[in-house]
Design a protein around this ligand. Structure first.
Ligand code: PBG
Length: 332
């Protein structure tokens, strides 16, 4: 023991404050460094052209037509953000979410537009049915319940349509059992062995998705998502979900809501050497924005601290609505 905690209490040899004395020292000792390359920026894509409509539930974010999505992608790429993740607001909905696999759907069109405008951008797509079903659930309904196995082919078909449109990576967020395997299978059979899967592996049933559901028009028409998303009071199950998704072929695993799952992120990081992503979700963003707007928080400092905590917990990749702003703040 090098510590001596008897009176007068201050250890003459060990004084951690020595290394906090100035910005230079603090900078050189920092082991967690946030960078624009860490970020993935979510975009909400609608049909049409030249459309850029502010989303009231998510201050600072917009509904974008595919051409405007490409323009935004180019802007954020110029700021150093390497990737976007796309969510679609389709023109039509039905019980099985078939518009999600429409080659002319907003997401598929945006993939092509972004590809053409910013060839280097990593284009990731969210794969789920909730934006495309008329009942707003993430799977098919049978006898009032979400039918897991009947949902899988529909998710895989949507993922395939994204791959065909030119996506680099698909990200299933539905939480059906076996969906990563079903998607991997179909992609491989259709010649898309090189398209990666980022699985929303640990996705808790969270109240913090509220603003997103308003933005994406994807709130369930009856009931809730607790029958398929995870119970926030269960910690150990997170490791099972991660292991299953990796066994089914996930290339990257994701945890959300990020800021409320720092313990889970750390546990995965300590156990596995795999690429780990974290989603700072709409409610986390909305809280920061609202508190800053009300003058209760320094918005920039609070946002960067929240993102640093997510990275410190073990995330390699952070999906965040703050990506463009944070990238600007981090510019040297
Ligand atoms: C679709 C999906 C959701 C989010 C990402 N993909 C909503 C949900 O599960 O209800 C949430 C993202 C956010 O809140 O920012 N299933």
């Amino acid at each position: 023991m090098i510590y001596r905690n008897e009176a007068p209490y201050v250890n003459p040899l060990v004084r951690p404050r020595r290394l906090r004395r100035g910005p230079g020292l603090r900078k050189m000792l920092r082991e967690t460094v946030l960078a624009p390359e860490d970020f993935v920026y979510p975009l909400f894509v609608t049909p049409g052209e030249g459309l850029r409509r502010p989303i009231s539930a998510l201050a600072g974010q917009n509904h974008l037509s595919p051409d405007e999505a490409a323009r935004t992608a180019a802007e954020v790429y110029a700021l150093g953000v390497p990737a976007v993740i796309l969510f679609g607001l389709p023109a039509t909905k039905d019980p099985v979410g078939s518009s999600g696999a429409d080659p002319e759907g907003p997401v598929q069109s945006a993939i092509r537009a972004i590809r053409a405008a910013v060839p280097e951008m990593v284009v990731i797509t969210d794969v789920c049915l909730c934006e495309y079903t008329d009942h707003g659930h993430c799977g098919l309904i049978r006898e009032g319940r979400v039918d897991n196995d009947a949902t899988l082919p529909h998710l895989a078909a949507q993922a395939l349509s994204h791959a065909r449109a030119g996506a680099d990576m698909v990200a299933p967020s539905d939480m059906m059992d076996g969906r990563v395997g079903a998607i991997r299978d179909l992609l491989d059979r259709e010649g898309f062995q090189e398209i990666a899967i980022m699985a929303y592996s640990v996705k808790y049933a969270s109240a913090f998705y509220g603003p997103f559901r308003e933005a994406a028009g994807s709130a369930p028409g009856f009931g809730d998502r607790r029958g398929y998303q995870m119970d926030p009071a269960r910690r150990r199950e997170a490791q099972l979900e991660i292991d299953l998704d990796l066994a089914e072929g996930a290339d990257i695993v994701m945890v959300k809501p990020a800021g409320l799952c720092l313990d889970i992120l750390r546990e995965i990081r300590d156990r596995l050497d795999i690429p780990l992503a974290a989603y700072q979700v709409s409610g986390e963003y909305a809280m920061l924005m609202a508190a800053a707007q009300a003058g209760l928080l320094d918005g920039q400092a609070a946002a960067l601290e929240a993102l640093t905590a997510i990275k410190r917990a073990g995330a390699d990749i952070i999906i965040t609505y703050l990506a463009p702003q944070a990238a600007r703040w981090l510019r040297p």
